[in-house]
Structure formats: structure tokens, C-alpha cells
Design a protein around this ligand. Sequence first.
Ligand SMILES: [Mn+2]
Length: 427
Amino acid sequence: MKTYVCGHRNPDTDSVMSAYALADLRRRTGVADIEAICAGRVPEKAKWVFDHFQLPGVKAKRDVYVRVSDLMDASLPTIDARLPLVDALRTLEASGESSLPVKDANGQFVGMLSPAKLLSLFIAKSDLAMPVGEAPLHHCSQTLLGTDRIHDIRKAALQNPHNHFPVVDESGRLLGTLLKRAFAEEPPFRMILVDHNETAQGIPGLEEIPVVEVVDHHRISFAATKDPIKYTADVVGSTCTLVARLYRAAGERPTRETAGVLIAGIVADTLLFQSPTATEGDRSICAWLEKICGESAVSIFEGLSAVASPLTSMTAEQAIASDAKAYAEGGLKFVVAQIEESNMGVFYRHIDDLTKAMDAMVARDKLDFMALMVTDPVRGNSELLFSGAESVSRALPYRRGERGSWLLPGVLSRKKQLLPEILAALA
Ligand SMILES: [Mn+2]
């Protein structure tokens, strides 16, 4: 059974780093098949950290939906169409199944071998040395693609009178067999969530897979679970702080590289402890990690800050989407995106494209409004662009600057500073 460790959609550095480091810890403490993944594109800053510490990094995955190929029964044989029918029937008998798929010399699926279809041959006392491919095969069962989502094919398959479904790839090559009873089994994956706990913010498909652990520093909005799970939450500046504490609690010492990964997550989320979300707990665990890593938090933060900003390396829409969080509060659907940019001149040059992209995203996603917070971590300020629901933007306690953006002096945290103001404006 595979366990994925995954942060939120539109992943940030803390999300990716905490997934990587927690997977490493859980592997050491006995979870054999575990993999850190990234919900969508791996952000440039996270790539820099993995390159800097010469680590393989994490795999980007679009979703964790269970696919037909994940549930296929690999132990079931497939039958070569050139095999004498009598030998094919022996294979079928030995398998204990009532039906097995047959493939031709090129691996193409040709039909299902099923005794009921062969009765006419027995009545006519035909020669059972004939190649099985020339015997009457069963063709009407549902053929599945290995990439089909179980979610999409379950209903039709359960209504199908057959219990054996041939699985093929896009070119019709036989991959194996899916048994109907596989639908009744538990999904073959487990999830560990880091840096989020709301299903809506997680990787698509998450809702179908049991969550066995959560490590997070956000508000709790987690669904009731069937079984007890591990849940680690605290009011600290970074999920990596919590993961580092888990290492300590388990009596484990991260490697030099993993300590660096954890430092990167901490300084990225706390903006080198300048953010109001930063706590003494973040600072003290970071000091422990610096000793193990041999590199300072300041130098890692500088390395991260030098990575090209989304505003210069992406289109306006990509830059906004790279860290956009969706909310539904007070009957309104809205998105609050954040971009870090230590050169506000770059932001001013992009105000027009950003505004256009936001208007288009509001219309396309049928949002009530969208806010984009552009944060200058060096000077400790943010500016805000707003699209949609003017009643909300007017109710915010901010002044509008000469370039049309709202000025948010001293505001660094979307979660702790901006979101409460938006929720108050909605009320
Ligand atoms: Mn975080």
C-alpha cells in the first residue's frame, strides 16, 4: 500500500519542503512505501532548494485519483492467442477464474476466454489443439483503459454482468485484468496531508483516499474520520517547524540536506521570521536545524530570494495561479492570491496585465471577487489588487495608492492579516 505525502494545491515552498521531510521521517519510522508529491507544478523556489542540496526532489502530480491500472490484478495470467486451446483451458482452470483475456502476437487484446462460449466446440467434439485465438471468444465485456479513473467507470462496471474486465492501453494492447471484486476493496493509497487540512485545498482525488495523518498550521476544517489518525497542529509560522519537532520527538536527526530543506520551508513561510505568523518556536527549532545543516537560515533565505519572481518568469495568469487560495464564506466565492516580489517596480509594470488576468479569472471561474496581494518581504509591506464585488473592496480598511493598488503597510500574511479584514468586510 502506497502512502503519499502532499501539501496544498498551488504549492508554496513550505508545502513542498514539509512533504519531502515528513516522507523521509516516516520512511525511517517504518512506512515502507511512501512518496512525497507536489500538487501541481513544483515551484521554482522549491526546485532551487532541491538543487542546492543535491536532492532528487518531489514528483509533481495533477491528481491522486485511483486508476484502473492501480486496481488491476497483476497475478492473473493473460493468454497468448497462438496457444493450443487445450493448454489455454488448463491455464484458465489453474487460475481459478471463470474468464481470462487473450492477446495476439502483437499484444493486442482479442477477446475473453470463457468456457460458456466454448460449449458449441465440445458438442461438435472439435479438436482442442486448435489455437485458442481461433476458438469462439467472448467479446462483449467492457474493455477498460489503464488510465480510466475508477470513479468514472465504477457504475457501469458494477452493472455489467461480467466479473472480469480486460484492461488495455491507448493502442489496444492488453495490460491485464480488473476483477469486479476490486471495487469493493479499499483504495490502494493512503494520504498524509501537510500544510493544509481542507479537502478543497488539497490535490484532486484526495476525497476518495483515506487520510492517515495531518501536519499543519492552518485553521482546522477537517472532515470527521472513520478511524483514529495522527494529527499534529500548532500555531507556528511554518509546517516545517512542526515536521522538525516530529523528528526530535521521534529521536531522529535529519540529514544535513533534509535539515536544509526544513530551514528553507521555515524561512520561506515566515519571511525570515519577519512575518507576524513567526513564533519563538520557529526560531528555536531553526537554530537546531542550522547546527545540523551547517548553513545559516539567512544564507538559505538569500538563495531563495534570488530565484526569479513569478512576475518576471511567468504570464500574469500563471503568476496569480501559482499561489491562489479559494474560499467560500458568507455566501460568496472568492480567491485570494499572493505573489512575493522584492522589487515593487516590477509589480507596477505589471499592474495592467495582472488586473486584466484577474478580471478574466473572475468571469471564467464565476467568482464574486478576487484579491491579489503582492508582498515585498524585504520592506515588510504589501499592495493589493482587487477584481469584482466593489462593496467588499470599499469596506476594507486600506487606502488606495496613486497607481490604483491598495496599500497595506506592515501586512505580510494573507492568512493572519488580510483574510480577517476580508471576512470582516463580508460581515
Ligand atoms: Mn505553510
